[in-house]
Ligand binder design. Structure first.
Ligand SMILES: [Fe+2]
Length: 279
C-alpha cells in the first residue's frame, strides 16, 4: 500500500484489494502432520532436495512444510518476504511481523534457520508470474513465467517476491470473500462456496493458477540439526525485544522510555523493513 506495489493498484477500493489477495490455500504437510498423503511424496522429492542444497550450500536438508496456493483471475500477491524462523522464535511462539523485523534487522542471524522455498507449478492459468528482486529491494524485479511441471527454488525469507495478477475474466472476483472454500466439482470445473455451502462462483481448471510450495530447513551438519531439535540454544521474547531496543537507541531512533507495545511495534517495522519501490 505504501509503495504502490508493482503496478500501482492503491487507487482501487479496499474490498477489491482484499478480493485480489484473498487467495485459497491448502496445507498438505506441516512438520510431523500429514494432511494429504497423496501430495506427501513431494516432501522428499530428489529435485527439490538437490536444489535446496545448492541454494544455501548446506548439505543436510530437512523438509518441513508443503502447501498449495490457488489463485483465480484477478488475484495477485503483493511483494513481500516470507515469515522466517529462528531457534526459539517461530510462527507458533512469536508474532509474524516481529519475526520479519528480526530478520530484516540482521541482529539475530546466528539463530536464524536457513530455509529454502521451492515453488512447483502444475496445470495452466494465464499470468500469475513470480516477480522477485534478486539484487535486493533497490534493484530491478525479475519475472518467472510459470510452466506446467516446473519449479523454482529461492530464499523467500530474504528475497522480496510477489505474484503478478492472474489474468482472465475478473467478473466473479468481487464475489470472493474470506472463509470461502474452493473445491473440484468434476468435469474440469472448480466451485467457490461460502460458509453455508452455497456455490458463489465457478472456474474452469485452465483459469486457475495452482502452485505447490515446499519449505525445508538447510543445515550445515548433523550437529546443527541436533541443536535445533534439542532447543539447546533458543531465543526468548525478552532477549529479542531488549536487543532490538538497544539497537534503536544506538541508531538514535529511540530515546527515553520504551514506548507501549503497539507504538514500539510500529517503530520497529518502520526502522527495519524497507520495501522495493513501485514499478
Ligand atoms: Fe512468499
Amino acid at each position: 500500500m505504501r509503495t504502490g506495489g508493482r503496478f500501482g493498484h492503491t487507487e482501487e477500493p479496499v474490498d477489491t484489494l482484499l478480493a485480489r489477495t484473498n487467495y485459497f490455500r491448502e496445507t498438505y504437510v506441516y512438520g510431523e502432520e500429514v494432511f494429504s498423503p497423496d501430495a506427501a511424496f513431494l516432501m522428499d522429492h530428489d529435485r527439490l532436495v538437490t536444489a535446496a542444497r545448492r541454494l544455501h550450500g548446506r548439505p543436510v536438508i530437512e523438509p518441513s512444510i508443503l502447501y498449495a496456493n490457488v489463485m483465480v483471475p484477478g488475484q495477485e500477491l503483493a511483494v513481500h518476504t516470507d515469515v522466517p524462523e529462528f531457534r526459539g522464535a517461530n510462527r507458533k511462539t512469536t508474532p509474524q511481523w516481529l519475526i520479519v523485523v528480526m530478520h530484516h534487522s540482521g541482529l539475530f542471524s546466528e539463530w536464524q534457520m536457513p530455509i529454502a522455498t521451492g515453488i512447483c507449478y502444475f496445470g495452466g492459468g494465464e499470468g500469475g508470474e513470480l516477480a522477485y528482486y534478486p539484487d535486493g529491494p533497490g534493484g530491478d524485479a525479475r519475472v518467472y513465467r510459470p510452466r506446467h511441471n516446473t519449479g523454482v527454488m529461492l530464499d523467500t525469507d530474504s528475497v522480496f517476491h510477489g505474484v503478478d495478477r492472474v489474468r482472465g475474466d475478473e467478473a466473479q472476483l468481487p464475489l470472493i470473500t474470506a472463509r470461502q472454500r474452493l473445491g473440484y466439482a468434476g468435469d474440469e470445473t472448480w466451485e467457490v462456496s461460502d460458509a453455508d455451502g452455497e456455490t458463489v462462483a465457478k472456474y474452469r481448471t485452465d483459469e486457475i493458477r495452482l502452485s505447490v510450495s515446499w519449505k525445508a530447513y538447510c543445515f550445515s551438519d548433523q550437529a546443527e540439526r541436533d541443536a535445533w531439535r534439542a532447543h539447546s540454544d533458543d531465543l526468548t521474547l525478552g532477549t529479542i525485544l531488549d536487543r532490538l531496543e538497544a539497537d534503536l537507541r544506538q541508531r538514535g531512533t529511540l530515546a527515553g522510555e520504551r514506548p507501549p507495545d503497539a507504538a514500539f511495534g510500529k517503530m520497529l517495522i518502520d526502522a527495519y523493513i524497507r520495501f522495493p519501490a513501485a514499478g
